[in-house]
Design a protein. Sequence first.
Length: 118
Amino acid sequence: MKYIVYGENKVMTGDAIAEAVLAYAAALGENGTTDIVEVPTSDESGVGVAAEVLLGPASQIMVEPAPDDELEPEDEDLVNELRRRTAEVGGGRFIDAASSHSDEPAAKRLRTDPPAPH
């Protein structure tokens, strides 16, 4: 499980979903565009709900570990759609970079190196 931290709010969701949202946010920010994404999570009673998150150049989000949960949301269709959208806006390089478990050299570099000056 991971938290998507958005301002002072946290949305707990599955690892793959959080990583896909982060990659998409990076790609949107780089391209100066915005989108709204529905992220599956649960309310205070444990009932499944969706949180709408606005992503774009002004968005400041991060992903951090959350306590493991047997009911971790998994939505392969959403992850695939976010990856498609990320690639569509030219952010394919962010897909692997957002994956905290990726050992690809390019992914490690994107996670640790500062952005190149324009």
